[in-house]
Write a protein that binds this ligand. Sequence first.
Ligand code: SF4
Length: 348
Amino acid sequence: MSSPIRHDWTPSEVNALFALPFNDLLFKAHSVHREYFDPNAVQVSTLLSIKTGACPEDCKYCPQSNRYDTGLEQEKLMEVEKVLAEARAAKATGASRFCMGAAWRSPKKKDMPYVTAMVKGVKEMGLETCMTLGMLTEEQSQELAEAGLDYYNHNLDTSPEYYGEIITTRTYQDRLTTLSNVRKAGLKVCSGGIVGMGEKASDRAGLLIQLANLPEHPESVPINMLVRVEGTPLADEADLDPFDFIRTLAVARIMMPASHVRLSAGREEMNEQMHALAYFAGANSIFYGEKLLTTPNPEANKDLKLFERLGIKPEERGVEHSDEDEQAVLQASLQQAQNDRFFYDATA
Ligand code: SF4
């Protein structure tokens, strides 16, 4: 590999990457991408909100915080059987990983038996499992690992310098501690951030430096574009130049060459050309479904149709498939996508 895995990125070199002419940056990012990945494969995950709203935290972008009036209907923790039914349907559409998210500061003791039962049930179906439940202790991380959890999502959101403008109810160090607890338990890490929150380019660089200079790179790095939700403090935030979003993906690809860079929230506002550019810049994972927790996500069939037009195949992780198998999965997915029954509408 001519692009080694590094953990010693400095602000000056990362700022210099952001400052490259767009075509030079994309060429570099795409070249790195090809060293580590099939450029025509995109991993697909399905996300289910297992507990919606009433979160005590004050993340300024989030409609699930109980501090903002966004009209979001709160829901209690879903029943285990309902979660398993959603996972079964997601598997039938070709999703290889099932992510479950709860709007908590951290899970309480009484919640743990339910979430571990969900992990066990989903795992038994042969799907990879991922959860995002807020801050975790070492013991909770261990409990989830023993239940069969593969990934834990916990985002750093932005740079340490800008963080205080966005969240005041937990510290940057709290987040780093959770990531460290999760690693100690042997779980894989999904961690990224959000751009378009009024931060500077140097903050986007700062976020990526934090992620890339962790002792191990997160296996999955979601890069979200702010979804401006009415009622949240960031509802009127100015537009981010779409090319700055692509630049962030490209720099993430260069700095964490073996990680899946995930195109996450904000896809609803991105057109097909922007998606294609994002895949070229090194994004190779998406959330698929009608809702991304509580914000709109492009309809799954739109994604699959674009995959077809671009010659992209959904990546089947951990399972060997022939081209025919992959086509069959894609075909089944296209049919299933006509029917949104399986998509959990967190706001309904
Ligand atoms: S981002 Fe997570 S922790 Fe923050 S308010 Fe929303 S649900 Fe709560």
